[in-house]
Design a protein around this ligand. Structure first.
Ligand code: NAP
Length: 251
């Protein structure tokens, strides 16, 4: 039987690691990349910095060039930046977040377009931050809002590929260390929801979150290509309504 083939970015830790692991367990052939090594047996991994745009085509040629097609691409690699007032955030710092969370994904999409082989489904990992606009989430929220539009725009240019920007919900990964241990919840009240959720069922680990993301993939295809979808809308409608409702912490 022909094995399905996936490419996942950011496989050294967190959600990307969980996705690669789960896909391998389900019998997929999985290709991944990140700056650090990845310990998953069976993963075709290539160390690379996605923001090194000069080297990116060579890195993707080496990792994916010989494949006949990709059934699934998950553009997951991302950075948080600092939770900090936007007015005090140096432009260089905001640009760095944008490089990883937006422009690197454009570069990968451009390579896929040039490659010209079939790509079944692309999922760009976005965030509720793209919509919520909470105080302190400046660079990250801007980058994810722009990523949502990237998905919409590329849906036009990849007419045979289904594209979604997906908010995966909160996940207990390295990204949460800064949000729950370092950032100041007095100054940035939206942190309280995350800090209260850590260690509870409301914040799954990467493996469980990956299982949920993979479970909703067929449902994403029922939405128009280019859509932004928050996984909580599908799996936890009440939590979704609370999150996007006008509660004091989100004003
Ligand atoms: N955790 C959450 O609650 C949450 C919520 C909503 C959305 N998300 C999104 O989920 C995605 C995964 O985040 P995570 O929580 O799993 O965080 P994480 O554990 O920090 O994982 C981020 C991954 O991205 C890779 N990466 C970062 N910059 C890269 C670069 N320049 N080139 C190649 N790889 C790079 C990292 O690998 P290297 O450092 O080895 O390069 C790592 O594998 C992100 O897009 C994030 O915005 C997370």
């Amino acid at each position: 039987m022909t094995r399905s083939i996936a490419f996942v970015t950011g496989t050294s830790s967190g959600l990307g690691h969980g996705l690669a692991h789960r896909l391998l367990q389900q019998g997929w052939r999985v290709h991944g990349c990140s700056r650090r090594d990845c310990d998953l047996p069976g993963l075709h991994h290539h160390r690379c910095d996605l923001t090194d745009y000069a080297a990116l085509p060579h890195n993707l040629d080496a990792l994916l060039g010989e494949l006949p097609r990709l059934d699934l691409v998950v553009l997951n690699a991302g950075i948080l930046g600092r939770i900090h007032p936007l007015v005090d955030t140096p432009l260089e710092e905001a640009k760095e977040v944008m490089e990883t969370n937006l422009w690197a994904n454009k570069a990968v999409m451009d390579w896929l377009h040039h490659w010209g082989r079939p790509v079944g489904q692309v999922v760009m990992i976005s965030s509720g931050a793209a919509i919520l606009g909470n105080k302190g989430w400046g660079s990250y929220a801007l980058s994810k809002a722009a990523l949502n539009m990237l998905a919409k725009l590329y849906a036009h240019e990849f007419p045979h590929t289904h594209v979604t920007a997906l908010a995966p919900g909160i996940i207990d990964t390295a990204m949460m260390d800064h949000l729950c241990e370092e950032a100041d919840a007095e100054r940035f009240p939206a942190l309280r929801r995350l800090q209260a959720a850590r260690g509870t069922d409301a914040m799954p680990g990467p493996e469980e979150a990956a299982t949920k993301v993979l479970a909703v993939l067929p449902l994403l295809k029922q939405r128009p290509s280019g859509s932004f979808v928050d996984i909580r809308e599908i799996l936890d409608p009440e939590g979704y309504a609370r999150l996007y409702g006008k509660t004091p912490e989100h004003t």
